[in-house]
Design a protein around this ligand. Structure first.
Ligand code: NAG
Length: 162
């Protein structure tokens, strides 16, 4: 009994400190740098380089709000299609969306995002433009999940498992 209670307490502790992550899954042959832009007051995250040889998981601090975009090797670094995240947000939930608000012409970099286990809701599209991304300030396109691990696809290809 005592043991079970201790285990439960341990499980509760673990779930509150579970890391927030985004795993970047590259679908084509391009190498990309992922550049993170925190909202004011949130921690900087170092840029990373990713490609299809492996998935790369980035850990985000508790309560992080910000976005990221991807720049292909050789291209000029400029914000494009964004992956927007809020971890441990309102009600403790994770909010995310693929946003075309800065550069809707960036069609082959950040593509789709979804929670790693449930796989839904999904934001973004395999082919842009589409109606499952955030284009205008009044779009109601932000997705929400209880999960703290997201998948984010990059590049040309088909990946969404549904
Ligand atoms: C990346 O993750 C996806 C989804 O889990 C998986 O299907 C794919 O095989 C992984 N790619 C690599 C290179 O491990």
């Amino acid at each position: 009994m005592q043991f079970a209670t201790a285990l439960l307490a341990f499980a509760a502790t673990v779930s509150t400190v579970a890391a927030n992550t985004v795993t970047f899954w590259t679908l084509d042959d391009a190498t990309r740098t992922i550049i993170f832009t925190p909202s004011a007051g949130h921690a900087e995250i170092e840029s990373i380089t990713v490609n299809h040889k492996k998935n790369t998981t980035v850990t985000f601090p508790e309560g992080y709000i910000g976005n990221y975009y991807a720049v292909q090797e050789g291209a000029t670094a400029a914000p494009g299609m964004l992956g927007e995240v809020t971890f441990n947000g309102w009600n403790g939930l994770t909010y995310f969306d693929v946003s075309a608000i800065v550069n809707p012409a960036d069609h082959d970099n950040v593509k789709q995002m979804w929670p790693a286990s449930a796989l839904e809701p999904m934001s973004g599209c395999e082919v842009f433009p589409c109606n499952n991304a955030y284009y205008l300030p009044d779009d109601v396109q932000t997705k929400v999940t209880e999960e703290v691990d997201l998948i984010s696809t990059l590049g040309v290809g088909s990946a969404y498992p549904n």
